[in-house]
Design a protein around this ligand. Structure first.
Ligand code: ABN
Length: 188
C-alpha cells in the first residue's frame, strides 16, 4: 500500500513540476476561443440553396406539394407553386402531370367552365386576368399540389373561388390537374 501511495505521490509531483496553472488556463482559453470561432468559418451552403430552388419532382405532392412561396427563382418556374400565374390556383399543377402551365396532359379534356383570378406579373409590373381550368377525364394526378388564394372570394362568388371541381360540366368529371391560362390585362 505504501508503495502505491509513493508511486502516486511521485507521479503527481512530477506532473506538477512539468505543468503550471497558468499554462493550463492558457490551453483552456485557446480551446474555448476555437470552439466559439468554429461557427464563423465559411461553410458550403450551395447545395442547400440549389435544392430549395429546384422544381418539385413528380410525386413530391405527398411530401407537401410543389415548391412553397419564398424562393426567388421559383416565380418564373411553371413547376413551382410560386410561379406568378398560379396566384389563385388550387389543385395539382398540370406542368408536373405531363401537360404545361396552360395545356392539359394528353388524354384529358379542359373544363369549359373555370374560376378567374388576377395575378401580378413581377417582370412588367402589370396585373393579368388568369383563368384556372381543370383538366378532366383521368383520376387525380397527385403531383405538385398547390393551393394559393390571392384575391379569392368566398364560395358564394363561385367563379372567384378555386375550391370547386370545374370538371362537373365535362362528360367525364374526374379531376386530374389544373392549368392557368392568361386571358388578358386586368383593368387598372
Ligand atoms: N379546381 C380544383 C379542384 C378540383 C376538385 C376539388 C377541389 C378543387
Amino acid at each position: 500500500m505504501h508503495r502505491l501511495d509513493r508511486l502516486f505521490e511521485k507521479s503527481s509531483r512530477s506532473l506538477a513540476q512539468r505543468t503550471s496553472r497558468r499554462g493550463f488556463l492558457g490551453l483552456l482559453g485557446q480551446a474555448l476561443t476555437g470552439s466559439l470561432l468554429l461557427p464563423l468559418l465559411p461553410i458550403d451552403r450551395v447545395h442547400r440553396t440549389a435544392a430549395a430552388a429546384t422544381p418539385q419532382p413528380a410525386g413530391a405532392a405527398a411530401a407537401g406539394g410543389a415548391t412553397k412561396p419564398g424562393h426567388g427563382a421559383a416565380i418564373d418556374d411553371p413547376h413551382s407553386c410560386e410561379y406568378w400565374k398560379y396566384c389563385a390556383i388550387d389543385g395539382f399543377l398540370c406542368s408536373c402531370c405531363g401537360g404545361s402551365s396552360h395545356s392539359c396532359p394528353p388524354g384529358t379534356a379542359m373544363s369549359p367552365i373555370t374560376w378567374i383570378g388576377t395575378c401580378h406579373h413581377p417582370g412588367d409590373g402589370r396585373d393579368y386576368l388568369v383563368s384556372y381550368n381543370d383538366c378532366c377525364g383521368k383520376t387525380s394526378c397527385g403531383n405538385c399540389e398547390c393551393n394559393r388564394n390571392e384575391r379569392e372570394k368566398p364560395l358564394y362568388r363561385l367563379s372567384r373561388n378555386n375550391d370547386v371541381n370545374w370538371c362537373m360540366a365535362n362528360s367525364d368529371s374526374n379531376y386530374h390537374c389544373s392549368v392557368s391560362v392568361i386571358l388578358g390585362l386586368a383593368e387598372q
